[in-house]
Unconditional design. Structure first.
Length: 129
């Protein structure tokens, strides 16, 4: 995956493009996906490594997307957003891919962004601690 998330000029577009990349890249690496899925909940070195990965899947990319959105005036105080909220879109997609063994559709991705993520990051605009 590239070091930087997509920059579409809009938070919604950035997050959707990022989620599309996650899905596409995971499909390209189907054999790796199966190994990673099998590691979930296992007491192996690989599962320990995966569990120790920073604040969750997509954390750095999502923080970059949120910082860009703040510079554009779309959201306030991205640093005040909890890590679980920051990674929510990617975590939900990863859950579908690895735990539910299904590929999210475009409609699924739009639902995650439009009905879950954006309302949460924009709801407290100006009210974050």
């Amino acid at each position: 995956m590239p070091d930087e998330p997509p920059d579409t000029g809009d938070l919604r577009g950035d997050v959707l493009a990022l989620l599309h990349r996650v899905v596409t890249r995971t499909q390209e690496l189907a054999p790796v996906r199966e190994v990673l899925a099998a590691e979930q909940g296992q007491a192996t070195e690989l599962s320990a490594y995966l569990a120790s990965r920073n604040q969750g899947p997509g954390h750095a990319w999502m923080r970059i997307a949120l910082e860009r959105a703040a510079r554009r005036g779309q959201i306030d105080a991205p640093d005040a957003l909890p890590d679980r909220l920051v990674t929510l879109p990617v975590v939900l997609v990863v859950h579908d891919l690895f735990m539910a063994h299904r590929t999210p559709t475009d409609a699924d991705l739009e639902e995650i962004v439009d009905q879950l993520f954006l309302p949460l990051v924009t709801h407290q605009r100006g009210q974050l601690p």
